[in-house]
Design a protein around this ligand. Sequence first.
Ligand SMILES: Nc1ncnc2c1ncn2[C@@H]1O[C@H](COP(=O)(O)OP(=O)(O)O)[C@@H](O)[C@H]1O
Ligand SMILES: O=P(O)(O)OC[C@H]1O[C@](O)(COP(=O)(O)O)[C@@H](O)[C@@H]1O
Length: 308
Amino acid sequence: MIYTITFNPSIDYMVSVDHFKLGTVNRTSQEYLLPGGKGINVSIVLHNLGIDSTALGFIAGFTGKEIENRVTNDFGVQCDFIDVENGYSRINFKLKSDEESEVNGNGPMINKEHIDKLYNKLSCLQAGDILILSGSIPKCLSDDIYSEIMEKLTDKNIEIVVDATGDLLMKVLKHKPFVIKPNNHELAEMFHVKLFGTQDIVKYAKKLQEMGAKNVLISMAGDGALFICENGKVYFSNAPKGQVKNSVGAGDSMVAGFVAGYEKTKDYVQAFRMGVATGSASAFSENLATASEVEKLLQEIKEVEYEY
Ligand SMILES: Nc1ncnc2c1ncn2[C@@H]1O[C@H](COP(=O)(O)OP(=O)(O)O)[C@@H](O)[C@H]1O
Ligand SMILES: O=P(O)(O)OC[C@H]1O[C@](O)(COP(=O)(O)O)[C@@H](O)[C@@H]1O
């Protein structure tokens, strides 16, 4: 079974404004609401690709109820959220104009009792399960939390995928996550460096592998992706060309595509190709990728082994 955990689910308020101007009243040309949060998006895309998962995490208030309702009823994902019963799940503002901008909220308080409830649910995980830890955590929690979860599951033979950044990600490396997926900007921030070109990106991605990650996926939006594989090889893939309609969730879709590809083939290169195609299929759609959209783009993926 596959489980995702979203510590900080959201309602994503998607707003389009023609030529947004800061400091004036702007009017929307389009607006809609989507349930969001990285693990939730991964579960939705897995479902679209024909793979079941259970979405775990924390919700609160009327927004939390709406997230749960939409994820379950509109997207067919099985949810097992913990209601923290104070505050409300965040509303993240996604502005599409001449450029794309995002404002992501902080999220409700999660206390020890809620974390214990999560650990209780995680105690049911079994050997061979996959757990995906995705996204930010509310400020009230320590950035050791992903590492603590991994530590608790150490001897259970569960593959753990982590899509996070900063110390939240750095601190899990010692537990040897199966895959991590920072984007190239997050990679640079984590090492406090500026990265110039592929060679540089590979150098720092390899450091994450040396620090413990088995596999490292580096997404680079329209510039494609790199895959530092546990077999010692490095692969680069182009991103297919197309019209970007909404790149929110492209990274989550890449994670879902990789996991789906690996589940189906147990082949890293196939998983990488699926990851890139799924990320791009979401970027080229208002909504998250569907199986047929991914299938079409798969033919355009041309990965090459990158000589480092
Ligand atoms: N403009 C784009 N054109 C084509 N593919 C894209 C584009 N933006 C994202 N993607 C696809 O989605 C993947 C993840 O996107 P990225 O923006 O790097 O992730 P994140 O959302 O985590 O920052 C990329 O590797 C690529 O395959
Ligand atoms: O937990 P974070 O890092 O604040 O990110 C939450 C946001 O990320 C998303 O899951 C999209 O993520 P990506 O664009 O990186 O795939 C949104 O749905 C959500 O608003």
